[in-house]
Ligand binder design. Structure first.
Ligand SMILES: [Zn+2]
Length: 297
């Protein structure tokens, strides 16, 4: 959908915290609205980040893109809707507003390639996952514009992520970070063949305790409806690798799920009610496992 809002760093409204009256008249935190994300606070050690769910492009940047790019086809569609049950299970949710086509929140700010030696999209992507150009000729962002996007859109998301992880650790003794993604099951420019439905990533076992990795693998091993792999083509992106520090009490797991598990895989990329209803109980068991897991004493 078009974004008519235009702002610069100096005109960013300050973050706004809202409160709701809970039962018994007690005030409980509702959501925290920042210009580039919404934070839904929880009450367990689990934080769910969904860095590619945003669909908006700022009005001042839209003219640079091709008409196809403005449709933001490489969005991790509907993940906020799919994981909306997680708030009731006590998870904190961090939901960005802007498209990965502006700046990719799951890439290093120095633009280091995610998977060296393979085709990758960049910090400020210049291509669709099909390999086709995102920008009108000559309109790709220069280094100064890339840095502006990092400062304006990338940094605030990561500051919020870091602050939440610190708070969860302080409150609970440990934090669990679940980085939720979804993707088309076939993308020849990025990978061969068809992906399994569920692609778990733990940076080859480095981003979380072995017990947590086992707990999430067990969830998928206990069902037969969805194929799954651990540390296959998708091993965990920048967020999983950067913040998953099991020795420091922060445990990160990424799930890259195929669109085919819950939606239509072709434009206009519609939500598929029957598929979504079928996969939701599996995702609920996954989130429950992430909430309930405790580090070995
Ligand atoms: Zn993603």
């Amino acid at each position: 959908m078009p974004d008519q809002q235009l702002f610069t760093p100096s005109s960013l409204p300050s973050p706004l915290s809202l409160s709701l009256r809970g039962r018994g008249g007690k005030t409980r935190p509702a959501h925290h609205m920042h210009p580039i994300y919404t934070l839904h606070p929880g009450h367990t050690p689990l934080l769910i980040s969904m860095p590619h769910v945003g669909t908006q492009l700022p009005a001042d940047q839209r003219p640079r893109y091709t008409p196809r790019a403005l449709e933001v086809e490489d969005t991790d569609w509907f993940l906020d809707r799919l994981y909306s049950f997680a708030g009731a299970l006590g998870a904190t949710l961090l939901v960005p507003k802007y498209s990965r086509y502006l700046v990719d929140l799951n890439r290093a700010p120095d633009n280091a390639p995610m998977y060296p030696g393979q085709n990758n999209t960049e910090l400020c992507p210049t291509r669709h996952f099909s390999g086709d150009a995102l920008y009108q000729p000559g309109q790709a962002p220069d280094e100064a514009e890339v840095q502006r996007r990092v400062a304006t859109y990338w940094q605030p998301y990561h500051q919020a992520l870091q602050k939440q992880l610190q708070q969860l650790k302080a409150q609970h003794g440990h934090a669990v970070l679940f980085d939720a993604h979804s993707i088309h099951s076939t993308l020849p420019w990025l990978f061969e063949g068809t992906l399994p439905h569920m692609n778990l990533g733990t940076a080859n076992g480095n981003s979380c305790a072995p017990g947590l990795q086992q707990a999430v693998v067990d969830v998928f091993a206990a069902q037969a409806g969805y194929s799954h792999v651990l540390n296959g083509r998708f091993k965990g992106g920048y967020i999983t690798r950067q913040y998953g520090r099991p020795g420091a009490g922060v445990h990160a797991v990424q799930l890259e799920m195929t669109f085919s598990a819950y939606m239509e895989e072709t434009a206009p990329y519609r939500w598929h009610p029957q598929r979504a209803a079928a996969v939701t109980p599996v995702l609920q068991r996954l989130v429950q496992a992430l909430v309930q897991w405790r580090p070995a004493p």
